[in-house]
Design a protein. Structure first.
Length: 104
């Protein structure tokens, strides 16, 4: 997991298994990403598993005036966004650039 500031946004890069073992670090990253008014891009291209705790943490990115953009979510993440209806409150951007280099 990596959080970095980009030109005009904050980018949260996730990869591998995003689960309860990462909950504290993910909560901290989400809190940090929400400081300020920049939109948050969530790069989940390298995610192989995600549990409900992780999804709950990521849902906090779309609360209030914040904008959360999921960039090229894999089928697994897209399914979770659809089934939980979180996909209705976040943006999804397809870039067509293939896989990411995000690491856990």
């Amino acid at each position: 997991m990596r959080l970095r500031r980009c030109d005009g946004c904050v980018r949260l890069e996730l990869g591998g298994e995003v689960d309860a073992l990462m909950e504290q670090a993910l909560e901290q990253a989400v809190t940090e990403a929400r400081t300020g008014d920049l939109p948050v891009e969530v790069d989940t291209r390298a995610v192989t598993f995600m549990d409900s705790l992780a999804l709950t943490s990521l849902a906090r990115l779309a609360v209030g005036q914040h904008t959360a953009v999921f960039v090229d979510p894999p089928d697994l993440v897209r399914f979770l966004l659809d089934v939980t209806r979180l996909g209705e409150v976040v943006q999804i951007r397809e870039t067509g650039t293939g896989t990411a280099t995000a690491t856990t």
